[in-house]
Design a binder for this molecule. Structure first.
Ligand SMILES: CCCCCCCC/C=C\CCCCCCCC(=O)SCCNC(=O)CCNC(=O)[C@H](O)C(C)(C)COP(=O)(O)OP(=O)(O)OC[C@H]1O[C@@H](n2cnc3c(N)ncnc32)[C@H](O)[C@@H]1OP(=O)(O)O
Length: 243
């Protein structure tokens, strides 16, 4: 139990400093976002309610060297303060608590639901990814390794799996910028296929914010940046106060 707790604490050191900020919403929302658009409830980063909560965005043995290299690059940038690694759990409610100050029973992971991208128990078969957020630039980077269970055409990644990663990475950027959102629109141009097993870099940025609407654009490139795989845009709508 002690070792488990140590691991969790280490995994969450990236976000611990969030707790130390005087006003969390000010940290999470860029100054240019008008206050009227911000939810009254603070978006909270959760730390373990249950000791066995696992952070899926930490390296595991299935990660390729390319995946590790990109991870190390953004971890170094995180240490300089420009990026923050986003923890990743297999239940949505574990990421966000909107209603209570303390970790209530209702926010504890429910065994009956699983986050779609984290629904396999064996490492490396499905979505392997880690995301980083840059608050100053309103950008996220996702490092994504497509596992063999994401097959579409023979040997290539399914377009729906790619759409999921675009939705997830740009959605995370929208959430970190504006609070809880839903996807209203997703447009994807598939420029070149992503080979199963390969590692790609997903670059998302906020284009503009209009009221509750946040417009995002995304590019996916090969790990060496030489090949353009995907260009996409997305519209997310900030959830209403009552939701
Ligand atoms: C440090 C912090 C750490 C945080 C850690 C974060 C870690 C992140 C963790 C994990 C990341 C996971 C990320 C996942 C992301 C995935 C998200 C999903 O998959 S969501 C499921 C799929 N989407 C749906 O099911 C929506 C279904 N549709 C609806 O519910 C509604 O239609 C909705 C919400 C989209 C809009 O409904 P309304 O009633 O709230 O709002 P109305 O008034 O209709 O629209 C508001 C404005 O938006 C425009 N609008 C709405 N839909 C539009 C559309 N499709 N195209 C263009 N404009 C649209 C409207 O014209 C209106 O614009 P005008 O204000 O008048 O200018």
């Amino acid at each position: 139990m002690f070792r488990c707790s140590v691991r969790l604490i280490k995994g969450l050191t990236q976000i611990t400093w969030l707790r130390e900020q005087p006003v969390l919403p000010n940290l999470l929302y860029r100054r240019s976002v008008p206050a009227a658009y911000l939810p009254s409830r603070a978006l909270r980063v959760t730390w373990p309610c249950a000791e066995e909560v696992k952070d899926f965005s930490l390296p595991n043995p299935s990660w390729s060297q390319n995946m590790r290299n990109l991870y190390n690059k953004y971890m170094e940038l995180s240490q300089q303060g420009s990026w923050i690694r986003l923890p990743s759990y297999n239940v949505t409610a574990t990421h966000l608590i909107g209603k209570a100050e303390q970790c209530p029973d209702s926010a504890k992971p429910q065994v009956t639901t699983r986050l779609f991208t984290r629904n396999l128990d064996v490492e490396g078969l499905g979505f392997e990814y880690v995301m980083f957020y840059n608050q100053a630039e309103l950008r996220t980077v996702g490092i994504f390794q497509a596992g063999p269970y994401l097959e579409g055409p023979i040997g290539l990644t399914h377009g729906g799996a790619i759409a999921t990663i675009v939705d997830t990475t740009s959605g995370a950027c929208a959430i970190c910028t504006l609070g809880k959102v839903k996807t209203a629109n997703l447009n994807i141009n598939y420029r070149s296929p992503i080979t199963l097993g390969s590692t790609v870099e997903v670059q998302c940025r906020v284009d503009k914010i209009e009221g509750r609407k946040i417009f995002m654009s995304t590019e996916i490139r090969s790990a060496d940046s030489q090949v353009l795989h995907i260009e996409a845009t997305a519209l997310f709508i900030q959830m209403k106060m009552s939701e």
